[in-house]
Structures are given as C-alpha cells and as structure tokens.
Design a protein around this ligand. Sequence first.
Ligand code: SF4
Length: 380
Amino acid sequence: MRNKKVGIYVHIPFCARKCPYCDFCSFEGSSAEEREAYTAALCREIASYREALADYTADTVYFGGGTPSMLAAEQTERVLRAICSAVPLAPDAEITSEVNPATADAEKLRAWRGMGINRLSVGVQSFCDTELAALGRLHTAGQAQDFLSLAGTCGFDNVSLDLMYAIPTETPETLGTTLSRAIETGVKHISAYSLKIEDGTPFAAMRRKLILPDEDAEADLYAQCIDTLAQAGYRHYEISNYALPGYECRHNLRYWRMEEYIGVGVAAYSFFDGKRYGCDRDLAAYLHRDFTKPPISGTPLTPAQREYETVMLALRLREGIEEEAFRRAFGYGFFEKYGRRLAPFLTHGLAARDGTRTYLTDRGLYVSLGVLAEILDDPA
Ligand code: SF4
C-alpha cells in the first residue's frame, strides 16, 4: 500500500556561465560527455531508491541547479523515466524545472511539456538591462520577456519568476519597473531574494566596488516587493515567495513543512526516513559512484532537533504554526511552550496570532533569523 508521499529533487550542476554572485554547486564549461555521464549517474542513484520507496508515491519533482536546461531534452526525459520506474508519480504531481531564458528554446520547452513537466521556474532576476549586466546574466530583459511568452505558447501556464533585489545600482524606481513587468507577464508565482554577497565568489572579491543599498534601503526594497505584489494579488506565503491563490510551490512547501524528500545529484540533500543527509560537491567522484544501495545515511533527528527544525522552517511560512498540530507532534502546544519568549515580538508587531495559529508578520519575516535566535534553544 503506497500511502506515503515524497518529493524528488534533481540537481543539475551545469551552467553556461557562472554568475559572479553565485555560490550554488554549478560548473561552467561542462562537456557533452560529462553531462551524459551525469545523466547516467542520476539514473543509477534514483534506481537505488526503488525498494526504499516501496510505500511511496511522488507528488512533486523539482529539477534545480545549476541550470537544468543545460541537459538535452532526451536526457531530462531519461531522468524522469528513472524516477517513474523507482516510484509512481501522483496523477496530479507538480513537476517543475528551473530554466534560464538563455538556454532553452521552443523545441526543448515543448519536449519538456510533452514528458510531463508542468511548471517552470524562470531565472529572470531583473527586468532592467543595466542590472542584468551588473549581475553577469546572459540574457536581457527583452529576451526574458520573449521567453515567458514562448513558455505560454509551449503550454506552460504555471510559471514562476525568480527575481533579485538589493542588486548593484538598484533604486526603488528600477525595482518598481521590474515588479510591474513581472506582474504584467501574468506569472502565477514570484520568488524575490535579496542579493547576498557570498564568500569565495567574484562579487565578494569586488565587494568594495559594488554600489549596494544599505540595510535600511534593503528593508525598504523588501517592503516594496511585499506591497506591490500584494496589490497585484500575490500572497506573501514565505519570506521570499509570493503566489496567486493555489499556486504556491508544492515542492518547496515540503521543505518548510518538514515533509519527506529525496535529493539526487551532486550537492543534493534529502530528508527521508527521519534523517537528513546529502552528497558533497565533488562532481568527479559523483560520476563514478555505482549506487549499489541508496545513499541514505546518518541517524534520525532527535525529538529536540526535530522540534527545532520544525519551528525554524514553519516560521518562514506566513501560515506559521498551528497549536494542535504542534501538540500532536511534540506533546505540547507551540504557543504554550514559546509564548513567553514570543511576547516582545507580539507586542512590537513582529509576530501575531490568529485563532490557534502563531506566525511572523511581514516585518517579522524580514528579521526572522533574529526572532528565531531569541526564542529557540540549541537542540544539540
Ligand atoms: S545561472 Fe543560476 S546556478 Fe548558474 S551560475 Fe547563475 S545563478 Fe548560479
């Protein structure tokens, strides 16, 4: 009886060119042989899970990266077939692929739609050409717009845009332009992340030369995203994510709700069988793994770790934490245990209660890490 649900994340670590701000596990300059060997390794890894998934149905699949559109359509299809051989897909499964407007054409999009991919997450970042150039992106605003029209023509009606704010030279006016143009495209979902300067990236090396907004200006840009998108009907359902009603990303909700998922590929992480485990970033080693058994490893989370992670993740979501659901999981209500520590945040409008649900407000979400540091104990 397959009565459990799982999500499958597939990491594709190839990019046409490495963006100077990016510290994801992605490599430029891959060869056709490397991508083929990677496809084969992914299929081996997925197949190794077949027995472990005997009780499961997959209701979400997510191709992320890197740039999943760097694989040929036929390679993506092989990976999808491997998934279907290891675990049945729910009839209404959400199957997403990230895509870079510069690396997919109508032929690939039609092939994707034909094999069952029904949601796109398009890395646009900005609709201002000067900002795209500053970010080292390969596409212009016009090309992104054309790509979104093409996606609609090729049968994709569930499309998400990735935007970035707090990028060099950005002003409230340019962010306003980007948000308006994003809304005009009619996409169902928008992710808007602030640019973070990650150690080890080219942006970190040139940090002093970058003209970046200060903390207050960044908070204002965040508030501008929330207000503008709310006026257009996009619900702010997670710190950095906005959706028209019913179009929240089901796969990403799994992460925030502590539901099981398996990540396959280099640098992919899983939460399965009560354990968190993952693969390192060594692509060459990954290509040679034989996967005679699934790479499930580690020990199950302790109750304290589980509670800590539940609170950390659930408070990213606007839905917050429901008292009784928390009690069923941990033996006491969330507010019952954390209410006293939350009191100052409730007083200052950073947290709120709605019936038996406790959540962080828009202002609270912006400083959520600080709030969590105050209310949570180290679970170690
Ligand atoms: S396309 Fe995405 S994953 Fe690739 S380098 Fe740029 S930001 Fe990173």
